[in-house]
Design a protein. Structure first.
Length: 166
């Protein structure tokens, strides 16, 4: 499994956010997103490696503001670790479907079948709107086995016995 996606163009500064050195470094860093998404600790450590002096509160606040501005989506995994993912275009209308493997506990961004997932989520939004909920934020958390863990835990397939036994 690849550890990161191809780097994207740097992000733009959201309106109303001060262009501090930490925020500018974060805007350059986030497009180089690991496959498992960013955690606050990973962002903080990477910025420190780049010589940017930040603390945990600064990173959390910036990530929070980027989520509010629609640049990032957030997901909380089974161990209650918050992960941040680059938001898809028109992300305010979409949820960020992710899966955590129950075997290896690695998080995965679900891209395949996303159209079907988004259609189901749109139906959920319509049902919520019908019941009076306005502007819901949906976080899709799926747990199951990844392909690698499923292959490791599946019993070996034995060949059928041949008719020529002694």
């Amino acid at each position: 499994m690849p550890t990161s996606q191809p780097p994207l163009a740097p992000l733009s500064l959201p309106a109303g956010l001060r262009a501090t050195r930490a925020v500018q470094a974060l805007l350059l860093l986030l497009p180089d997103q690991p496959a498992q998404g960013w955690t606050e600790g990973a962002v903080e450590a990477t910025l420190h490696q780049q010589g940017v002096a930040v603390n945990r509160v600064t990173v959390y606040r910036a990530l929070d503001r980027f989520c509010a501005a629609g640049l990032l989506q957030r997901s909380v995994d089974g161990q209650r670790v918050t992960r941040y993912w680059l938001a898809a275009p028109a992300a305010h209308d979409q949820a960020a479907p992710h899966m955590e493997c129950s075997g290896c506990h690695q998080p995965f961004q679900l891209g395949e079948g996303s159209a079907a997932v988004q259609a189901a989520l749109q139906a959920l939004r319509q049902a919520l709107a019908h019941s009076g909920v306005r502007n819901p934020t949906l976080d899709v958390a799926v747990q199951g086995e990844c392909a690698q863990c499923a292959a490791e835990t599946s019993p070996p397939v034995s060949s059928p016995p041949s008719g020529n036994s002694p």
